[in-house]
Each structure stands twice: as structure tokens, then as C-alpha cells.
Design a protein. Structure first.
Lengths: 193, 193
DNA sequence: GCATAAATAGACAGACCTGTCTCACCACTT
DNA sequence: AAGTGGTGAGACAGGTCTGTCTATTTATGC
């Protein structure tokens, strides 16, 4: 076994913190827990991240990056805007049913850090805006830009609401109803073209 | 000025805790802060509520009751299901623009307490189910029961997503886009009747 | 007026929190 | 071989958390 390099160790801390934040929340997860789980010394963590805030922002930014890359890959796998949006909803449906589904980390960050000026709030908001932006770009191939903005906002709402509903224990009806509603909204716009 | 009675004092604690939980979150609000703000002794609080968990459940239950009474009053002020749903969305729009809008306390509770077995989680989930149930009953005057269930789920998702979007700083587009999407969903069902 | 109950202020325990610091160790480079 | 920088283990400070307890005062009912 090769020794982990500096970058590996930093990344290992980020991924360990991610798992803990996801399961227990941000406030409820202490530094001591993170370093114990990651198997690193406290000073190692504080060398890479000056404060817990910085670590939380890094975790959110890292996961947002992964998420957006997956989203972009998904959009390439379908031809029409409807199908692309459909694939996004399908992906959410599989996530809702996955073994370690614990709700949306970004939504939880927004809930726990209510101050819009807080860096954690802003990092979480960036992910939501990135998702909306990607859906808007998909929709602009289909409807005018201003309508695409409005529809992408509605689709984001359905996704966020579905995630919350799935969290409350009904993952299958959640994604089914959200998908049905999304397709109804798209059909209405298509018809009014 | 009359002195507050026993019930008044208990209720005063609940309402003070509500304000603090709403602004700063559940974990971030300590008992000491609550009793200082309420102007009561610590033992007074612990006499009424054996633990912080009990107080949080009481706050959520109290607010859910108020919310549902307002919802029921709202439903009486319109004749058709569409108008009733419209009034609910209007009410959310006014809330988004109110001075002390800090997002949905129940959604925040679900985010902070991820364990579905936790009493706080369950108390918050009850409010969401209550809202969905009321919308479903309204819709059952218009479409079959199974469709009403699906549509009310979608409307709940739009409301939750709109609340999150409003929280991120766009209250007016949030309620406008949510309302537009809701009406499109209702129109599609009406048409397929 | 007197007894009972409730409320007050505050100390206190024990645990946890973030963040700093020390010191020893180990791997690698020059 | 000596130095350098990252790391581990853990003590530590200073603060906060929930929840308990005591001692005193206030309010209420009979």
C-alpha cells in the first residue's frame, strides 16, 4: 500500500466530513468526530482548513462540482430537452431510493445557516443556482429565454420539494408525482409555442 | 396591567422560543438564550417542558395548529378549487415578502433532525402532511381521488421549493413561477377530465 | 392569616464545542 | 548525516451546551 500524499489526505478529510455532515448535519458534527473518523490529527485538519466554516464550504463546493459534472454528462445522453429533463428526474428518483439517502446536503446547509451573508449559505446557494442554470440552458433549446427561466425555476422547486417529500418517507410517489408535474408544465409550454 | 397566569407564561415561553428557533435555528438556539429572552427562570421552563426536545415539539405543534386554522379560513373565502389553491399561493407570496421571513420552520426542523424517529422530525412532518391533506381535499371536488393525491403532492413540492427559492433571495419570481406552474398543472388535469 | 404552589436567581455538574499549542516521530531531500 | 516539513497524539484554554439543584421570594387558594 502506498502512503497517501498531501493532497490525498486533504481530500480524505473532505470526504469524511461530507459523510458525517450528510448523516448528522453541520452543527451536530464536531471537529473531534471528523478527525477521529478520518484518522488524522487535529492539526492536520486545521493546516488544510483554517476553520470549520472553511471545511464546510470546501465540502459543499466539492460535492457541487461532482454533482454538476454528473449533470452535464447526463444532458449529453439525450437528444430533446424533454428527455434531458426526464433523465435528471430519473436520476433523482434513483437517488431517493439509494441506501444512504439522507436528503439534500445543500438544502440542509441553507436551513442550518440562515444568514445569506454566511459563506456556507452562499456555497449551498451556488449549487441550487447551478442546477437551475443547467435546466434553463436545456429549456432554451425549446422555448424563449424568459419562459425557460420561469420553467427552470418551477422544475427546481419540484425537485427540491420532491427531495423533501422523499425524505419524509415516500420516495417512489415523490419522484413519480414530481415527474408527472414537470412533464405537464413542459407540455403546456410546448403547446403555447 | 394584570399579571400573566400560569398558562400565559407557558405560552410566552413557546412563542419566545419560536421566534428564536425561526431566526437562528434549533441547534444554534440555547436554553439560556430562550429563558433570558422570555424573562423566566430556567426551572420555570423545565417545569413546563421536561427537555429541549419537548419544547421544540411544542413550538412546532403550536405553529402547525395556527397555520392549519389560517388555511381552513382561507379555503372558505373562495368558491372553486382553483381559486382556493390560488389563495394559498397568494398567502405564501405575502409571507415571502414579509419583514421577518426566515424560511419554513418545519422544513428547517426536518433538515436539522434527520432521524425520522426523532419526535421533532415527526412533528415537522405532520405539518407538511396536514398541508398536503388540505390541498388534496380541495382538489377532490375537482378531480378523482387518486389524481387529487398526486396533484396535491406536486403542489406541496412547488410550495416547498418556492419557499427555498424565496429564502435564497428571489421572493417575487419564486411565488410567480410557482403559481404559474401550479395553474398549468391544474389546467392539464381539468382538461383531461 | 396561613399553607401550598409557583417563580426567581444563580450556582453547579458533566459533557461537548472550536481552536491553539507542544513535542515526538517519520519520510524525504540535499 | 543533518535538516526540513508534514504528521500524530493529546493536553489545554475558554466557551457553550443541557439539565439539576438550592435557597429565596412571590402569588394564590382556603
Amino acid at each position: 500500500m502506498t502512503e497517501p500524499t498531501k493532497i490525498d489526505k486533504r481530500q480524505h478529510i473532505v470526504e469524511t466530513a461530507y459523510e458525517l455532515f450528510k448523516r448528522a448535519g453541520f452543527h451536530a458534527t464536531g471537529i473531534d468526530r471528523i478527525i477521529a473518523e478520518a484518522g488524522v490529527a487535529k492539526m492536520t485538519m486545521y493546516r488544510h482548513f483554517p476553520s470549520k466554516d472553511d471545511l464546510m464550504v470546501e465540502v459543499l463546493t466539492y460535492r457541487a462540482g461532482r454533482f454538476e459534472r454528473q449533470l452535464d454528462r447526463l444532458a449529453e445522453q439525450a437528444a430533446t430537452p424533454e428527455r434531458k429533463i426526464g433523465l435528471i428526474f430519473d436520476r433523482y428518483g434513483r437517488w431517493f431510493n439509494s441506501a444512504d439517502f439522507h436528503g439534500c446536503l445543500f438544502a440542509h446547509a441553507l436551513a442550518e445557516f440562515g444568514d445569506p451573508a454566511h459563506p456556507v449559505f452562499q456555497a449551498a446557494a451556488r449549487q441550487k443556482n447551478g442546477l437551475k442554470r443547467r435546466m434553463r440552458l436545456i429549456l432554451e433549446e425549446m422555448i424563449p429565454a424568459d419562459e425557460a427561466d420561469s420553467v427552470s425555476a418551477a422544475l427546481l422547486m419540484l425537485i427540491e420539494g420532491a427531495t423533501l417529500t422523499a425524505r419524509m418517507g415516500q420516495p417512489d410517489p415523490a419522484i413519480r408525482d414530481a415527474r408527472k408535474a414537470a412533464m405537464a408544465i413542459l407540455a403546456a409550454r410546448r403547446r403555447s409555442q
